[in-house]
Design a protein. Structure first.
Length: 264
């Protein structure tokens, strides 16, 4: 991520930010749809393919991940938070590497410290002892590193199962995969944890799903939410625009829910 002028006072959770952007994007979906109807969208040249893949993903999700995610959401909050902490801890070495590659060694060493504390004192990452001790997360992916290096976002792309993406984000997926601790676990454990990770991510989006479904064109709403969220991540929450796409009060409200009730 590119550091903004003001930095950030709290860690940015991707799903939390995406949920907030979904709310805002759906609120102005009609405007986006009118613009899309009146002029071509240069960043979505694969729109026909993307819409077909979006429809396929929705069908698969309807009969698999969505019902499973609803069942997962029944689990007590401490259990779900423990799973989320484990998944976050597994991704910390990847984040540390990308912080170093982006020329932010202080954040890179901070991420390594988080991984050490949470893996040992946090019992493999079940408990976020580093966060409780005041160490913020500086989550980074390889596609964000490529963006910092100056590579363009490329066209919007809907991937099978993964959903909203871009050509740049898709190119970064292999590196993210091989720098995730989960990749190197035993197959029987690894596969189960990947399933729980997918369910955890899907469950966190259940609360904003009705907003997307009610928009005139859910495809455009989700596309705009994804692109705004991506820019928010790359610039550490301070994109170079006068008006930020994120309502900070809404983001804070979602974080409060994520710590307690609905956001988990």
């Amino acid at each position: 991520m590119r550091s903004g002028p003001g930095g950030r006072s709290r860690p940015v959770n991707r799903l939390s930010v995406l949920a907030c952007v979904c709310v805002l994007a759906c609120g102005c979906a009609s405007t986006a749809e009118q613009m899309a109807a009146s002029q071509p969208v240069p960043y979505d040249p694969f729109e026909r393919f993307n819409r077909d893949m979006y429809a396929i993903n929705l069908t698969v999700d309807k009969y698999t991940f969505k019902p499973l995610a609803k069942g997962y959401k029944i689990l007590p909050i401490p259990i779900r938070r423990g799973f989320a902490n484990i998944f976050s801890n597994f991704a910390t070495p990847r984040s540390a590497l990308n912080n170093f590659l982006q020329g932010k060694p202080k954040r890179g060493f901070s991420e390594l410290g988080r991984f050490l504390f949470n893996t040992t004192l946090g019992l493999g990452g079940i408990f976020d002892v580093a966060g409780a001790g005041g160490m913020p997360r500086y989550d980074e992916s390889f596609s964000q590193t490529l963006a910092v290096w100056g590579l363009p976002e490329g066209p919007y792309l809907v991937l099978p199962f993964f959903g909203p993406s871009s050509t740049l984000d898709a190119a970064g997926l292999p590196v993210d995969y091989y720098t995730d601790v989960n990749t190197y676990l035993r197959s029987s454990v690894k596969d189960k944890l990947y399933l729980f990770r997918a369910l955890d991510a899907r469950a966190r989006l259940l609360s904003v799903e009705p907003l997307i479904e009610k928009s005139a064109d859910p495809y455009i709403s989700l596309r705009e939410a994804y692109r705004q969220n991506r820019e928010f991540q790359i610039y550490d929450g301070n994109p170079p625009t006068e008006e930020s796409p994120i309502d900070q009060d809404l983001l804070n409200e979602y974080y409060d829910e994520d710590d307690g009730k609905e956001g988990d």
